[in-house]
Design a protein around this ligand. Structure first.
Ligand code: KG4
Ligand code: ZN
Length: 356
C-alpha cells in the first residue's frame, strides 16, 4: 500500500487530500476543498494576491482536517505532492512550499505534479479506469485540449483551443445571462429546462494559413460574440430574455463541437478509448452526448467521476500515485513553480536538476 498526501492550490481553490493505492485500486481517504469564490466575487474575477493570501490562511486547518478524517498520522505517509504548474504563480507557491516544508520536516519524499496530469489522473478515481493507449478530452476553465496518452504513458497534444477555453466560454456566457461565477453549473441548471434547438449558434473552427481547417482545434470566441449579439437584439426588442433556451442552445453547441472533434480525432488516430476530464466534463449534457455518439462509433468512453472533475487535491494525489507505483520517481526540493509548462514536459518535474 502507498499513501500520499496531496495539495492543490493552482487557482482559487485550496484543497488537501489523502489517498492510498494497492497498485490496482485508488482509495480516497479524505478530500477537503475550500473555495474562495466569495472572496473574489465582488471583483468580477480571481485576484491573484487575494488567492495566495487565502491559500496561506486556510492550508494549516485544511491539512489538519484532511489528516484527521483519513485516520492516518503523518508518519504513515509515503510521499507528499503538490501542483507546481501551470496556474497562478503565487497560489502554486503556497501549496508547493507547504508540501516541501512537510517533506523536509518529516523526511518524506516530495512530488511536484503538473496540474493537467492531475486532471488526467482523475479518471483513475472512477470504478472503470481506462487502459492505454487512449485519447483524453480535457475541458476546464483554462484548457480545452485533446491529448493522446500513448502505450508508453507519454503525452502528446493533438488539439487545443486557439482562444477561450470551453469553461471560460461557460463563465462569460453565464455572466451575460446574469448568472454567478463559475458559470457552468448555472447554465446547466437553466439549460435542463430549455430548448437546445431554439437558437442556431456557430461552431467555431480554426483556419489553416494554407486553406481548410485544423480538424482537432477549437475556437469559442465567435460563439461568445454570437451569444452577446443574440442577447443584445432580444433586449433591443424589449423581449424578456428566454434564458433557459439561450443556456440550452449554448450548452448544446459546445457539447456538439467537443464531441464531434474528439471522436474524429480518436478515429483518425486509431484510438478506441476516449476519456473525459476537467471542470466542464461535469456537464451532464456533454457526458450524455459523448457516451451516445461514441457508442455509435464503437468507441469506449471513460468519464472522470463528477465530483473529481473540477479542481481538487485527490486528482493530484492520483497523479502522484501513478508516478510512484510504476517507476518510482520524486522531485527535487529545489523545484519551484511555473505559470506555464507544457504537459508533454511533465517528466522533467522529476529530474534531479529541476527545470524551474
Ligand atoms: O477544472 P476546473 O475546476 O478549473 C480549471 O482547471 O480551470 O474547471 C472550472 C471550469 C469553470 O469554467 C466552470 O464554469 C466549469 O469548469 N464547470 C462546468 C460545470 N461545472 C464546472 N461547465 C459546464 N457544466 C458544468 N456542470
Ligand atoms: Zn484544473
Amino acid at each position: 500500500m502507498s499513501t500520499v498526501l496531496a495539495l492543490e492550490t493552482s487557482c482559487d481553490e485550496s484543497a488537501v487530500a489523502l489517498l492510498e493505492s494497492d497498485g490496482k485500486n485508488f482509495y480516497v481517504l479524505s478530500n477537503e476543498i475550500a473555495s474562495q469564490i466569495d472572496a473574489h466575487a465582488k471583483w468580477g474575477g480571481v485576484v491573484p494576491e487575494i488567492a495566495s493570501r487565502k491559500h496561506l490562511e486556510i492550508l494549516p486547518s485544511l491539512l489538519e482536517v484532511a489528516l484527521s478524517k483519513s485516520g492516518k498520522s503523518i508518519k504513515e505517509i509515503d510521499a507528499v505532492a503538490a501542483s507546481v504548474a501551470p496556474g497562478l504563480s503565487g497560489s502554486l507557491l503556497m501549496g508547493s512550499i507547504t508540501a516541501r516544508t512537510i517533506s523536509a520536516l518529516h523526511g518524506i519524499p516530495f512530488l511536484g505534479v503538473h496540474h493537467l496530469e492531475g486532471h488526467l489522473a482523475s479518471v483513475f478515481l472512477s470504478a472503470h479506469p481506462p487502459t492505454k493507449p487512449y485519447l483524453v478530452l480535457l475541458v476546464s476553465g483554462g484548457h480545452t485540449e485533446l491529448i493522446k496518452v500513448g502505450a508508453n504513458g507519454c503525452f502528446k497534444r493533438l488539439g487545443y483551443s486557439h482562444d477561450d477555453a470551453a469553461g471560460e466560454a461557460f463563465d462569460k456566457v453565464a455572466r451575460l445571462l446574469g448568472l454567478p461565477y463559475p458559470g457552468g453549473p448555472g447554465i446547466q441548471r437553466l439549460g435542463e429546462r430549455g430548448d437546445p434547438k431554439r437558437f442556431q449558434l456557430p461552431k467555431g473552427r480554426v483556419s489553416k494559413p494554407e486553406g481548410g481547417f485544423y480538424p482537432y482545434d477549437f475556437s469559442f470566441s465567435g460563439l461568445k460574440t454570437a451569444m452577446h449579439r443574440k442577447v443584445e437584439s432580444l433586449k433591443a426588442d424589449s423581449l424578456e430574455l428566454p434564458i433557459e433556451d439561450l443556456a440550452a442552445s449554448f450548452e448544446q453547441v459546445v457539447a456538439e463541437v467537443l464531441v464531434e472533434r474528439s471522436l474524429r480525432c480518436a478515429i483518425e488516430n486509431q484510438l478506441n478509448t476516449l476519456v473525459l476530464v476537467g471542470g466542464v466534463a461535469a456537464n451532464r449534457r456533454l457526458r450524455k452526448m459523448m457516451i451516445q455518439k461514441a457508442s455509435d462509433q464503437m468507441i469506449k468512453v471513460h468519464l472522470a467521476p463528477e465530483s473529481f472533475c473540477t479542481d481538487n487535491a485527490a486528482m493530484i494525489g492520483a497523479a502522484a500515485l501513478l508516478r510512484l507505483l510504476f517507476v518510482p520517481r520524486y522531485s527535487s526540493l529545489n523545484l519551484g513553480v511555473s505559470p506555464r509548462w507544457p504537459l508533454e514536459k511533465a517528466d522533467l518535474l522529476y529530474q534531479a536538476s529541476p527545470p524551474f
